[in-house]
Design a protein around this ligand. Structure first.
Ligand SMILES: [Mg+2]
Length: 300
């Protein structure tokens, strides 16, 4: 059987159990092990497993506590967890399931049954991942959509608040795009949106930087851990990159090719700061870039 690229993290304080599981599923999946709850929590983010097999009775931290901690960490809260345990009491099973485990397997288990259950849960996980990906993407341009932007913005904002890091936003609008659509037609308009989106995306070269289609001919970039000076540099690079695409636009008031206007805003947010104001100020600066002649970066 071909090995799946899905990853399983097994957490058990008993080496013998780990060996058995490795024997059963090691040839089908990439399997990682942790011998305690603490170890599980310390490696889970770097492994990013698709499924966790979790023992309940472990010294230091029991499986219930491990699951509780997974559930309050939004980055991993949706990871499917199966309890694999010698506890045979229905009350224990009920407790495990009510904490959010997707399944509960009692030891000793039947090998074909545990294999089938693991396979089923991993298939569901893979479907969920696909749906999540589709619902995050803008259908026309293939970059992130507005919904994904909202989620990403909230997550990056929380990180910035927590670590007192600066965060920057760039709001972007294609200049005279209505005229472009009117004169060249909507198909050309769609091509233009796609080309601009791809160029913006390709022009962001740090791994945390993020670009989404905000709506219509508007795009937005989140630059985590970036001060105003750096954000202005990035914005200027994006502006130049779109100019260099050299998409003909003979009806623009700015140039004979497609250009963009950009509004930059940067902040070191505190608990009292509001995302809405932060976005609004970037949007206001975009508006000022338009008013000041377009094809330029405006910041306050
Ligand atoms: Mg144990």
């Amino acid at each position: 059987m071909e090995k799946s690229n899905q990853k399983i993290l097994m957490v058990d304080d008993n080496i013998a159990n780990i060996r058995i599981m490795k024997e059963i599923i090691g040839d089908q999946y990439e399997v990682f092990f942790a011998k305690s709850g603490k170890e599980c929590l310390s490696i889970i983010h770097s492994i990013k497993p698709d499924l966790i097999l979790l023992d309940i009775m472990m010294p230091d931290m029991d499986g219930y506590e491990v699951l509780r901690r997974i559930k309050v960490d939004e980055r991993i809260a949706n990871l499917p967890v199966i309890f694999v345990t010698t506890l045979i009491d229905d009350k224990e099973e009920e407790k495990g399931l009510s904490l959010g485990a997707i399944d509960y397997i009692r030891k000793p288990f039947s090998i074909p049954i545990i294999k089938a259950r693991i396979k089923n849960h991993l298939e569901l996980k893979s479907h969920r991942d696909k749906l999540e990906k589709i619902s995050s993407l803008d259908g026309l341009t293939g970059i992130a959509n507005r919904r994904k932007f909202d989620l990403q913005m909230e997550a990056e904002w929380r990180t910035a608040v927590k670590y007192r890091h600066p965060i920057s936003l760039i709001m972007i609008d294609i200049d005279n795009f209505k005229l472009f659509n009117d004169k060249y037609g909507h198909l050309a308009g769609d091509d233009c949106l796609r080309d601009v989106a791809t160029k913006l995306s390709d022009s962001l070269n740090r791994s945390g930087d993020f670009v989404a289609r905000y709506g219509g001919e508007e795009f937005v970039c989140i630059l985590p851990n970036t001060e105003k000076k750096g954000a202005i540099k990035v914005a200027e690079r994006l502006r130049t990159a779109i100019e260099e695409l050299n998409i003909e636009h003979n009806f623009s008031s700015v140039a004979n090719h497609v250009t963009i206007s950009l509004g930059v805003n940067s902040v070191i947010p505190s608990l009292e700061s509001s995302i809405e104001n932060f976005i609004k100020e970037a949007d206001d600066n975009l508006y000022k870039a338009k008013k000041n002649g377009r094809n330029l970066v405006y910041y306050s």
